[in-house]
Design a protein around this ligand. Structure first.
Ligand SMILES: [Mn+2]
Length: 313
């Protein structure tokens, strides 16, 4: 593990930087990587973003979104540094294999154990974008509107628009600086939270699968393959059930293809990172997820059992 000023030094010394984040990218993953791309270019470096996955359309408002490269497994890329953001290096798909560069890993996931020497993890940061905000200060790269939009979106999406427990005064101060640089919060919200009619309709169908368990202390929505593929995005679905009175853990299970389900959990207190880790996933105390290589019914049973057991402890 290194200090953040060491990370700033490493980046300052590099000329060509490949930037990546986790597959199944969220607002913080895309926001942080694009903010770094803009900042590094501004500092006179060659910088580009590689994401080995489809990109969510609701993030396409971000400046630089169309420059993100989806790499091929057969590509060979060399760079001075591979900057891995918002995840440990195990969730970056083929990027891990095709890029030869020294790794610099910056993350805020408590489950990141720092496999590489140049790893900086701040689990108290609400978002990786919040760490990037500090990093750019150390690198003396001033915020411009592009960087600010990317950082603001990263912080906003990881904090449920500044309402989850990870929202600190430090988060709001960084967000305030982004507003000073010209960010319009209403525009970011309108664009990223906007959903198609079909998606809202699918949300209604998804909410119909709701189940309360663990004596009412947990609620879940469970999307089989058909429902999962109907939904263009499931962003925000879980927020509709985490508000239920008495519910500590809200869970969303989706099954993109047969035998592979993705579970996301949100809690008001219980450590869901621990539950996610028991499935080989990870995350934060109050927001975590994992992929289960199980058929839908079995995955559902496994998730309900694990959450019920955790709430009994
Ligand atoms: Mn994040």
């Amino acid at each position: 593990m290194i200090e953040l000023k060491e990370a700033a030094k490493i980046l300052k010394a590099a000329k060509k930087i490949a930037i990546t984040a986790h597959t199944n990218p969220d607002g913080d993953a895309i926001g942080s990587t694009l903010a770094m791309m803009h900042a590094l270019k501004k500092a006179g470096k060659e910088a580009f973003v590689l994401i080995d996955d489809e990109l969510p359309r609701h993030l396409s408002c971000l400046p630089g979104f169309n420059e993100i490269i989806r790499p091929n497994e057969t590509d060979k890329i060399t760079a001075d540094i591979l900057l891995v953001l918002d995840t440990a290096t195990d969730r970056i798909g083929c990027v891990e294999k095709i890029v030869s560069a020294k790794i610099l890993n910056i993350d805020h996931h408590v489950t990141n154990k720092g496999e590489h020497e140049a790893t900086y993890v701040d689990a108290t940061a609400a978002a990786t974008a919040e760490i990037v905000f500090d990093l750019l200060k150390l690198m003396e790269v001033p915020l411009d509107i592009d960087i600010a939009n990317c950082l603001y979106l990263g912080m906003a999406t990881d904090t449920g628009f500044f309402k989850y427990a990870n929202t600190k005064s430090r988060t709001l101060k960084a967000a305030a600086d982004c507003l000073e640089a010209g960010v319009r919060p209403n525009e970011i919200s309108e664009f990223t939270e906007q959903k198609s009619f079909e998606t809202v309709h699918t949300m209604v169908l998804a909410l119909n699968t709701i189940e309360l368990f663990a004596n009412g202390r947990a609620a879940g929505i469970f999307l089989d393959e058909e429902l999962t593929n109907k939904a263009e995005t499931t962003e925000g679905f879980i927020d509709q059930i985490r508000i239920i009175e008495g519910v500590d853990i809200a869970v969303l299970l989706k099954c993109k293809k047969a035998g592979e389900c993705r579970v996301s959990m949100r809690s008001k207190g219980k450590d869901v990172a621990k539950i996610a880790e028991s499935f080989g996933g990870g995350g934060h105390v109050r927001a975590a997820g994992a992929t289960l290589k199980l058929p839908f019914d079995e995955a559902k049973r496994t998730v309900i059992d694990a959450i019920t057991k955790a709430l009994e402890d």
